[in-house]
Write a protein that binds this ligand. Structure first.
Ligand code: CA
Length: 236
């Protein structure tokens, strides 16, 4: 009888303890879940002779290539690229040669200084003129909830495609999904005017700008070279 009631008391105490733990943990767990998120991003290219007929580089050995994407998750003090901003050596080399080096080192330096948090590098390019979608999964923190991505349009003097400072969190909530046009940009590192222009290194560097020449506009409107589709997925 005594022994039985002891067990009952232990059970009651344990039950109360478990309830206390549950009450204590549920808000913590919820905020932990919201403090970071995992997204799958798919790049769906639309750069092809139909959408971009002017000078489309059919004769080039690669018949047009959207080189693998590099980028970062970051806060407001980091810019992979921006209209009016001169290109870093890393952005210039990405836009002229498709190389991730030294842009990757620049991003790592920003991570060390607390301005960015994750380096993103897609494994695959989008070879043309029929471009299959490519994708990548990345982790992002609520404290640095923006993402920027870029890759080279090849061949080209210094043109790249990308998105800058896409905010994946608004009103304290992660976006379930978001689709963002990827336009063609001129990094400002070279003065060439069409895909196959000879190298003409620009000194001093010009500001990065959206391309609004005949190659990437139609009827006065810029024609994107693809879309980035961000979809939140269960955390890694
Ligand atoms: Ca240029």
């Amino acid at each position: 009888m005594h022994r039985f009631s002891s067990i009952a008391r232990v059970g009651a105490v344990f039950g109360a303890f478990a309830l206390a733990v549950a009450i204590h943990q549920s808000p913590t767990q919820a905020s932990d879940v919201e403090a970071s998120a995992t997204y799958r991003v798919v790049f769906v290219p639309s750069w092809n002779p139909t959408n971009h007929p002017t000078d489309y580089p059919f004769s080039h050995a690669k018949q047009g290539l959207l080189t693998p994407v590099i980028g970062a998750t970051h806060g407001k003090d980091f810019k992979l690229f921006a209209a009016g901003m001169k290109p870093t050596p890393g952005l210039e080399r990405l836009s002229e040669m498709g190389k991730h080096d030294p842009l990757d080192a620049e991003i790592r330096k920003s991570i060390q200084s607390g301005k960015a948090s994750t380096l993103i590098e897609f494994a695959d390019a989008s070879p043309g003129p029929v471009h299959p979608p490519v994708s990548h999964t990345f982790h992002i923190e609520a404290s640095q909830s923006m993402v920027s991505l870029a890759g080279m349009i090849a061949p080209s003097p210094d043109w790249f495609y990308g998105v800058s400072a896409v905010e994946l969190r608004a009103g304290g909530k992660w976006a379930a999904s978001m689709t963002v046009d990827a336009f063609a940009w001129d990094s400002g590192g070279d003065t060439g005017t069409t895909y196959m222009s000879e190298d003409a290194d620009t000194m001093a560097k010009q500001a990065t700008r959206l391309l609004d020449n005949d190659v990437f506009t139609r009827n006065g409107h810029r024609v994107p070279v693809g879309v980035f589709i961000f979809t939140r997925v269960p955390s890694m």
